[in-house]
Design a binder for this molecule. Structure first.
Ligand code: GDP
Length: 414
């Protein structure tokens, strides 16, 4: 028995050796069994121009007809002129394990004359799914959260063999901080092995040059050699050169899924022929949980922090997602009240200033009136005084009555 003192908490932790089997070593299995019972959930998005084989690949990946076959898709004038976001959910089961799989398709992407904003509806959809999750997290009762966030985005690159198109770069640049980007080279059977190798190099160089963050499986200290090697092998295949097909052919007595050419069959499930197996391994067998965790812990968390920061709410980085809903409501209420108080004070100030202004104006015109009144009165007084002066002078000087004037005038005329 050895003792450890919990330095900060003051709690003494006693470490003991177990004398017998207790059973909690089975915890991981319990968790696993519960997940198996509940089933797993995964949401993947596929993006790329029409006809690159997105539906076919999804069907091939999950070995099910999630999408009905559509041969020789052609754009018609009926094709909508915007990028749509459509999702299909299906419950699939393998050896008693259930998977609720949602595939989100984005028809219309890259199909128009002007594709400048093709990425926007897709980004909006990804963010609104995060918003919906955030909204649930903020509710008081958050026991059963519905998670519609996108856990992985397969981006289909056209097998041109040259380089990424501006559309590809723009899409990845806009989306890489919001979703796990997994680039794939579509219809890789249309390129030779050397062409695929050179194209991959060029794509990775472009991605690097534009500082685009594509999904990288994290390495853990506790991973064993085998896992590390396996991960490295998977990651070395990105961008996965894929081939999809729902047709089977007979090759040397085996039935294989693939695409038939005059010189032979390109096998979907043959690692010598394409990277389909590696993509499936990563997406379904080894990294599904990892993709979900990264979506939740990093991509979503960053989005959430940015969003809260934009609303002026600072988060304590040491508090990891522990938001007390009551405290949060209280804080929001205080902030709201403060805002209202501030607005009221501002309105009062404006009102006061207006009143003041009016009063000054009134006073000013009153003074002006008074001054004018005074001026006029003074002018009148002066006029009166002048008149009185004139009168006095006239009275003191020659007394001129109207009769005298008449007589005098009369005698003068005589
Ligand atoms: P979406 O519009 O991207 O969903 O493309 P679809 O899955 O509907 O496929 C369009 C066409 O391409 C169909 O005729 C498919 O048979 C064909 N196709 C699908 N995947 C591949 C592939 O890996 N290689 C080749 N050569 N053709 C493919």
């Amino acid at each position: 028995t050895d003792q450890i003192n919990g330095a900060s908490s003051g709690i003494t932790v006693v470490r003991k050796k177990l004398l017998g089997y207790v059973g909690f070593a089975n915890l991981p299995n319990q968790v696993h069994r519960k997940s198996v019972k509940k089933g797993f959930e995964f949401t993947a998005m596929v993006v790329g121009e029409s006809g690159l084989g997105k539906s076919t690949l999804v069907n091939t990946l999950f070995n099910t007809q999630l999408y009905p076959p559509k041969e020789n898709v052609e754009l018609t004038h009926e094709t909508p002129q915007t990028v749509e976001v459509k999702s299909i959910t299906s419950d699939i089961e393998e050896n008693g394990v259930k998977l609720r799989l949602t595939v989100v398709d984005t028809p219309g992407f890259g199909d128009f004359v002007n594709n400048e904003e093709s990425w926007k509806p897709i980004l909006d959809s990804i963010e609104s799914r995060c918003d919906a999750y955030l909204e649930q997290e903020n509710r008081v009762n958050r026991r059963k959260l519905v998670d519609n966030r996108i856990h992985a985005c397969l981006y289909f690159i056209s097998p041109t063999g040259h380089a990424l198109k501006p559309l590809d770069i723009e899409f990845m640049r806009r989306l890489h901080t919001r979703v796990n980007l997994i680039p794939v080279i579509a219809k890789a059977d249309t390129l030779t092995e050397e062409e695929v190798a050179a194209f991959k190099e060029r794509i990775l160089a472009d991605i690097n040059y534009h500082n685009i963050q594509i999904y990288q499986a994290p390495a853990y200290e506790y991973d064993d050699e085998e896992t590390i090697a396996e991960n490295r092998e998977i990651m070395s295949k990105i961008p996965f050169a894929v081939v999809g097909s729902d047709k089977e052919f007979e090759v040397e007595g085996r039935r294989v899924r693939g695409r038939s050419y005059p010189w032979g069959v390109i096998e979907v499930d043959n690692e010598e022929h394409c990277d389909f197996v590696k993509l499936r391994q990563m997406l379904i067998r080894t990294h599904m949980e990892e993709l979900k965790e990264y979506t939740n812990d990093v991509l979503y968390e960053n989005y959430r922090t940015e969003k809260l920061a934009a609303m002026g709410i600072q988060q304590d980085p040491t508090v990891f997602k522990e938001v007390n809903p009551i405290q949060k409501m209280e804080e929001e209420r205080t902030a709201h009240e403060q805002k209202l108080g501030k607005m009221e004070a501002e309105m009062k100030a404006v009102f006061q200033a207006k009143v003041q202004e009016k009063e000054t104006k009134l006073k000013q015109s009153e003074e002006e009136l008074y001054a004018r009144h005074k001026e006029m009165k003074e002018a009148l007084d002066k006029q009166r005084m002048d008149l009185e002066e004139k009168k006095r002078r006239m009275e003191s000087g020659r007394p001129m009555t109207p009769e005298k004037t008449k007589k005098k005038g009369f005698s003068f005329n005589k």
